[in-house]
Design a protein around this ligand. Structure first.
Ligand code: IMP
Length: 437
């Protein structure tokens, strides 16, 4: 990919989604790995789904950074990530059985918080049949982050390496959790503290070679002039502070999370690549002004089918719709995006017309800015601009000039509406199916 000049103070890059997740960030991270030495995940947990296709082989990761597919790189899971140890171990063993070595190259923060089965149960009881359900991935993410900021029940990964300490910490925590779970439902599953301690001490032992002070590791890497790539999970519109609260995830999925979730100060991030799909998708509940509910023969269903828009983690069908320039422009501003990567352009091939939402209408007023509140976004109606579609297969395009004129115009319009240059256009899942602009 074309490099943006950077001095040593701003040698880091961040790849971040500007929608509600699933923007195919993994492919951009994969393309950038050659120019970086370290890849860092700073937020989320096993709720993320990264699918990367390399040399015809598909890899699906939910917790590990995409960087692990390139063992030359150091892959880091920062303190801002929440770890479900069985999932971590499962992904490591999947990679190893696929012939990808995982050893010293993978470091996990001793300060990352740990997901326990009571987190999964708490989430299940809060989500099931509840009117307040968020439509989460069910991976214990929210309850674990709640315990982190609540401080009383949070347990960090490094604590799994100290047997006596863990047992003593878990006893009052599990007792408290059992009381809460029973209050949520008389049928709740409850837990035995000592059995959990044994189980998690076992995970700690297996993870020991990877557990370290990653903040120090990253500071050392910066001093040595290493180039660090931050890989955001989810999209900026799911950011707990800046997204469509409460229909968000529980971490700062925008680059706002880098500093707190890795210990690397923001001033070191010299390049932010905002990744957008050529359309929009969303999983779970929450406002989505450009959603297309136009039936089994409609455009929404067609995008879902052609784009294979089903959750990587949960398999849920994703809600699909037109590109929303209002929401994406807001996300780009929050993220501090310097440039854009437009993904899955090929999915729109074959449509007679394509549309972009350029403004909203709320209570008879035109809005050009994204409202900060989900209950207002819910009431916004999209104002569309339509453009001619294209019929030619573009999956073999490798240069801008290979794209049919309507496809180029569509991409130009995205750049114009977001006021950012488009540096990458993706026309298929493979690494090669990429246009660098
Ligand atoms: P949680 O992160 O599992 O708590 O889910 C909160 C919201 O974020 C739900 O709407 C999820 O569908 C959504 N979400 C979480 N992770 C992802 C992701 O990787 N892609 C898209 N949506 C996600």
């Amino acid at each position: 990919m074309p490099e943006t000049p950077s001095d040593s103070r701003s040698a880091c890059t961040c790849v971040v989604g500007l929608q509600w997740g699933d923007e195919a960030k993994g492919k951009i991270v994969d393309l950038l790995t050659e120019e970086h030495d370290v890849v860092v995940r700073y937020n989320g947990g096993a709720n993320a789904g990264h699918t990367v296709v390399t040399n015809g082989q598909t890899y699906r990761l939910s917790l590990l950074p995409t960087g692990v597919l390139r063992p030359r790189l150091r892959s880091v899971i920062g303190n801002g990530v929440v770890i479900y140890p069985p999932r971590f171990l499962e992904e490591v063993s999947q990679l190893r059985s696929g012939g990808i070595p995982v050893g010293d190259n993978l470091a996990v923060s001793d300060h990352a918080h740990v997901i326990f089965p009571y987190h999964l149960e708490e989430e299940r009881l809060s989500e099931q049949g509840s009117e307040q359900a968020i439509g989460t991935t069910g991976r214990g993410i929210g309850p674990c982050y709640a315990d982190k900021v609540g401080r009383i029940c949070g347990i960090r990964l490094g604590e799994l390496l100290h047997a006596q300490h863990l047992k003593e910490r878990l006893r009052p925590i599990v007792e408290r959790k059992n009381r809460i779970l029973r209050a949520l439902s008389p049928d709740a599953r409850t837990f035995d503290a000592d059995a959990l301690a044994e189980e998690y001490l076992g995970y700690g032992e297996r993870m020991r070679p990877h557990i370290t002070d990653t903040t120090r590791l990253l500071h050392r890497a910066l001093r040595e002039g290493r180039r660090i790539l931050f890989e955001a999970a989810q999209g900026s519109l799911l950011d707990v502070d800046h997204g469509t609260f409460p229909y968000v995830t529980s971490s700062n999925s925008s680059p706002a999370g880098i500093w707190s979730g890795s210990g690397v100060p923001a001033r070191n991030v010299g390049r932010v690549i905002g990744v957008v799909k050529a359309y929009t998708s969303r999983v779970g509940r929450g406002p989505f002004p450009t959603e297309l509910n136009d039936g089994p023969e409609g455009v929404g269903e067609r995008i879902r089918r052609v784009g294979r828009e089903y959750g990587t983690v949960t398999g849920r069908p994703r809600r699909c719709g037109w590109l929303d320039a209002v929401a994406t422009r807001y996300a780009a501003a929050v993220a501090g995006a310097d440039e854009l990567a437009v993904m899955l352009l090929d999915v729109l091939t074959g449509l007679s017309e394509v549309a972009i939402c350029t403004a909203y209408e709320l209570d008879g007023q035109r809005l050009d800015e994204f409202p900060g509140d989900a209950y207002l976004v819910e009431r916004c109606r999209p104002v569309y601009e339509t453009w001619p579609g294209w019929q030619e297969d573009i999956s073999g395009a490798r240069r801008l000039a290979d794209l049919p004129t309507p496809a180029r115009r569509y991409v130009d319009r995205i750049a114009e509406l977001l006021n950012l240059p488009v540096r990458v256009i993706s026309v298929g899942p493979d690494r090669q199916q990429t246009i660098l602009c």
